[in-house]
Design a protein around this ligand. Structure first.
Ligand SMILES: *Cc1c(COP(=O)(O)O)cnc(C)c1O
Length: 396
């Protein structure tokens, strides 16, 4: 049997390759950080990790992880409701709720699971889910697993959202779902307007803070802080894999009864292992660290501002951003790939994106700025951008 199937796969793989969409992985032989070491010993500056607060190699978190492992063991060997819950899990859930000013939290193995398991237990075919067109793949998959009627509005388009809400008056309950920061443009969801519409049309609100938490808002607490929407958002989801340390883990936090129901019925929670103690212990320490000082968030913001201003001054076309993501627009797909490779030759890792990941004619280089980047790192990256940009005729 495999022979035929193998041929089919080989042909598919070949067509991915021909379309220029084959994903190859670079192996890093150092901790994740601003400066990384590759397999061949070369060093590179990393501008394409979600390590926004630079915590992925934090000595304080590594110590906390080790201490938790010594005190509570390596693994849980169970799902939460059978015998997989420790005191640490409850402490981390409380820390997440404190951070987002919510009533309760439920942990998952990843935010992919949090989003995969949030809709199906709460909504039925009588209800409506109204989703931003650029929401993360895990939200799209979560919505697919639920029988609710689906509505979709163009990215951050409040007129289209309002139209969806009008149509969705036919359903029993409605929920608006959005990413806090969209990963391709780095734009922030207009949370205040979304909450206004939700109130006007009697809808619940959910936001995925994966790219916004730690970055957006006066002290980096995300879109609710930025738009002063506390109490108006019913469900937050997020990851421990980006700003919050960069390991793994996800959560849903929000209204008490919602979280209670997820604990009863959410399948990725009920049927998948609990987070290991080292992740949970480090997570608790991470929230403690963020509560003590705004320094990392402030440095991250300073770095983005510096990078953006220098790049604009050099003549690059950059999407307006209020997040850690800077989209350097090139508009041409082959050019975006050439540009990213030339940057890698200069020892700077950035990612070139083109259709179908971004709309046709919107190819770009995505740069992700971290608190871990020093002024010297930023200057090196900017110098490489200028050199490659001139060589490829992008700037004068
Ligand atoms: C990264 C990301 C996720 C997935 O998070 P994991 O914890 O890695 O599964 C979910 N939603 C959004 C918006 C993300 O950016």
């Amino acid at each position: 049997m495999y022979g035929k199937f193998q041929k089919h796969l080989q042909a598919e793989l070949e067509s991915i390759e021909q379309a220029g969409l084959y994903k190859r992985e670079r192996n890093i032989c150092s901790p994740q950080g601003a400066e990384i070491t590759l397999e061949d010993g070369r060093k590179a500056l990393n501008f394409c990790a979600n390590n926004y607060l630079g915590l992925a190699d934090s000595p304080r978190l590594i110590r906390a992880a080790k201490e938790a492992m010594d005190a509570r063991g390596y693994g849980m060997s169970s799902v939460r409701f059978i015998c997989g819950a420790q005191d640490l899990h409850c402490q981390l859930e409380k820390a997440v709720a404190d951070y987002f000013h919510t009533e309760a939290t439920i942990l998952y193995a990843a935010c992919f699971d949090a989003n995969g398991g949030v809709f199906e237990p709460l909504f039925t075919e009588q209800d409506a889910i109204i989703s931003d067109a650029l929401n993360h793949a895990s939200i799209i998959d979560g919505v697919r697993l639920c029988k609710a009627v689906r509505y979709r509005y163009a990215n951050a388009d409040m007129e289209e959202l309002e139209n969806c809400l009008k149509q969705a008056q036919a359903q029993r309950f409605r929920i608006i779902v959005t990413d806090g920061v969209f990963s391709m443009d780095g734009n922030v969801a207009p949370m205040d307007k979304i909450c206004d519409l939700a109130e006007k049309y009697d809808a619940l609100v959910m936001v995925d803070e994966s790219h916004s938490a730690g970055v957006v808002g006066k002290t980096g607490h995300g879109v609710a802080e930025k738009f002063d929407c506390y109490g108006r958002i019913d469900i937050f989801t997020g990851t421990l894999g980006k700003s919050f340390g960069g390991a793994v883990g996800g959560f849903t936090t929000g209204r008490k009864e919602i979280i209670d129901m997820l604990r009863q019925r959410s399948r990725p929670y009920l049927f998948s292992n609990s987070l290991p103690p080292m992740i949970v212990g480090a997570g608790i320490e991470m929230f403690k660290m963020l509560s003590e000082s705004d320094e990392l968030h402030a440095r991250q913001q300073e770095n983005v501002t510096y990078f953006r201003e220098k790049m604009l001054a050099a003549g690059f076309d950059i999407k307006p951003t209020q997040s850690a993501i800077c989209a350097v627009m090139l508009y041409d797909a082959p050019l975006s790939q050439k540009f990213a490779s030339a940057m890698a030759e200069e020892g700077i890792f950035v990612t070139g994106f083109y259709y179908p990941v971004v709309p046709k004619g919107q190819a770009r280089i995505r740069v992700q700025i971290s608190a871990a980047h020093t002024r010297e790192h930023l200057d090196k990256a900017i110098a490489a951008f200028v050199k490659v940009g001139r060589n490829l005729g992008v700037i004068k």
